[in-house]
Design a protein around this ligand. Structure first.
Ligand SMILES: Nc1nc2c(c(=O)[nH]1)N[C@H]1C(S)=C(S)[C@@H](COP(=O)(O)O)O[C@H]1N2
Ligand SMILES: [Mo]
Length: 240
């Protein structure tokens, strides 16, 4: 039997909603109910072309998560190349811009209105230590759904308040376990760990997880400045 012409697209959208956790009600920034948000999500991802649809459809094996009892609070060493910037969370604004339809600034209050995802994962530093940590925050793919990356977006840049910078491939940035976090081990994120907002994910080495993120930029090209450690010889993809 011939299937109707667009089953793949329908599947894609449904799968995307599952993957992004956007199918449930209650995560609307404007409080108008799920249908609007779902509409917005499909609007985002329809123009995002086959490449993005495929990476969201292809089985992205989730990285292992652990029981909360496995957390090793003392094992997460502070690793900061340039001190600890002090950022007032009440006036903080995350800029999200670049190759997107709707660039925006998000306050911590805005981010805390979005669905909170927590995960207990292993943080691995290239310097030879690791720690099981619980992180809580917002999926980067949910932020992407708000700003609507344009089809040419292939990379995501992260700027930090301590002059650290990073770049990620789009598939890794849209991975369901890639979060912008504001909680560590069930408490507000401490300043030295990147407050008010840092990246966390179990799929890449520690240096990819920018602390004190102030700006997220979707772009078509990888700049010559790839990342603070990458520009000093470390691997760019840095997958685990
Ligand atoms: N802005 C910024 N982010 C950063 C770093 C940094 O120096 N500045 N160090 C990186 C490295 S090498 C690691 S291992 C982790 C350490 O995170 P932690 O200090 O919260 O343990 O942060 C990463 N993110
Ligand atoms: Mo690290």
């Amino acid at each position: 039997m011939q299937l109707p012409s667009s089953p793949r697209r329908i599947l894609t959208r449904r799968r995307l909603l599952q993957l992004s956790g956007l199918s449930g009600a209650g995560l609307l920034l404007n409080g108008c109910g799920a249908p609007l948000y779902s509409r917005q999500v499909s609007k985002v991802f329809e123009p995002l072309n086959q490449r993005v649809e495929e990476l969201l459809l292809s089985p992205q094996t989730p990285a292992p998560e652990y029981a909360a009892s496995a957390v090793q609070p003392e094992a997460l060493l502070i690793n900061s190349f340039n001190g600890t910037p002090q950022i007032d969370p009440d006036t903080f604004q995350l800029t999200v811009d670049g190759a997107v339809n709707s660039p925006m600034q998000l306050s911590m209050a805005d981010l805390q209105t979005m669905p909170l995802t927590t995960m207990v994962i292993r943080h691995v530093c290239v310097e030879g230590w690791a720690a099981i940590v619980q992180w809580g925050g917002v999926r980067l793919q949910d932020i992407a759904a708000l700003v609507q990356p344009r089809p040419e977006a292939r990379y995501v840049y992260f700027e930090s308040a301590d002059d650290y910078y990073e770049s990620w491939d789009l598939p890794s940035a849209l991975h369901p376990q890639t979060l912008m976090v504001y909680q560590k081990n069930g408490a507000p994120l401490p300043a030295e760990n990147g407050a008010p907002l840092r990246l966390a994910a179990p799929i890449k080495l520690g240096y990819k997880h920018s602390k004190w993120v102030t700006r997220i930029t979707f772009t078509a090209d990888l700049s010559e400045r790839q990342g603070y450690w990458e520009d000093r010889g470390y691997e760019w993809f840095a997958g685990l």
